[in-house]
Design a protein around this ligand. Structure first.
Ligand code: PXG
Length: 292
């Protein structure tokens, strides 16, 4: 027995969780997704992730054939059926099965699947030592073309950036938008700390409205930092006191080298570590219980 997967209203073994080669999610990347986590039997920020999922779907004119609460129950049930306490959860909604043309009107029913799996934790060393990132040549998609706020199945913009970061031997790629301002990394938002300012690029710079980003902004306020969303350049990063990335899977990752420039004293920053600690306190207590 493998994982138990939610697929179009049924729970099936992963060996039976198959979708058609005519599914437009596969043929065209036509669909949306979310990545969530559960901590100690509670799903973190479930509503926020589902709200973002439904917004992404709306933006691409995809009507999800489940009501919000039905989707919520499906997610909870998937985690429960797999007996998981700490997990990574992936929700995918595709345009569904159509023909070889790209017209979405041919797709009569969206495909929905939910995977709840053991979380692959990042090695502790990356949090202790921090990571190095590098600016990549690929620019962020234009908002007027494919808005980066849409968490769509078309992630090639991010994947190309990831390939470029890999080729450069770096842990992550820093993506700039068409104006040369920083947007984010390939699957994480970016923050810098300068004096008592906690700064992150605005959504219109091409950043995803990250759920972890929001939590970190709130933590920043609570610990007395001035939190601002404003355009930042690479210069701002090179000369900041501390830098870190945020995302559901990676949580809060200190960045110690950017384009060969050492950030601060080359070690994870004190405030970064404090924010990381506060974040863990929140994930310990908050969340939608799976087993009650
Ligand atoms: N930016 C982008 C482009 C993302 O896809 C984040 C920021 C962080 O958002 P949250 O809400 O998680 O704080 C994401 C989401 C991966 C992977 O394998 C990462 C995401 C999605 C899918 C895969 O690294 N992160």
């Amino acid at each position: 027995m493998g994982l138990i997967i939610y697929l179009d209203g049924k729970f099936v073994d992963e060996s039976e969780a198959k979708i058609s080669i005519f599914d437009h999610g596969l043929l065209y990347g036509d669909g949306v997704f979310e990545g969530l986590r559960s901590y100690n039997g509670k799903i973190f920020k479930l509503d926020e992730h589902l709200i973002r999922l439904y917004k992404s779907a709306k933006a691409i004119s995809l009507e999800i054939p489940l009501k919000f609460d039905e989707m919520k129950n499906a997610v909870i049930e998937t985690v429960r059926k797999n007996n998981l306490r700490d997990s990574y959860i992936r929700i995918v909604v595709t345009r569904g099965v159509g023909d070889l043309g790209l017209d979405p009107r041919k797709c009569k029913k969206p495909t929905i699947f939910i995977i709840a799996s053991k979380i692959q934790l990042y090695p502790e060393s990356i949090y202790e030592k921090g990571i190095d990132i590098v600016t990549v040549p690929t620019r962020r998609n234009l908002s007027e073309s494919l808005n980066p706020s849409i968490k769509s199945l078309n992630y090639l913009n991010n994947i190309l950036a990831k390939i470029e970061a890999n080729n450069a031997g770096a842990s992550e790629g820093l993506i700039l938008n068409q104006f040369g301002y920083v947007s984010e990394c390939t699957g994480e938002n970016i923050f810098i700390i300068k004096e008592n300012f906690l700064i992150t690029p605005p959504i219109y710079a091409g950043a995803l409205e990250g759920i972890t980003r929001r939590v970190v902004m709130d933590i920043g306020e609570n610990i007395g930092l001035k939190v601002i969303e404003e355009n930042i350049t690479r210069y701002d990063i090179y000369t900041c006191d501390e830098c870190f990335l945020t995302g559901t899977a990676a949580e809060i990752v200190p960045v110690v080298i950017v384009d060969n420039r050492i950030i601060g004293d080359g070690k994870p920053g004190k405030l970064t570590l404090k924010i990381r600690k506060e974040f863990h306190l929140i994930t310990e207590i908050e969340g939608t219980p799976v087993y009650e």
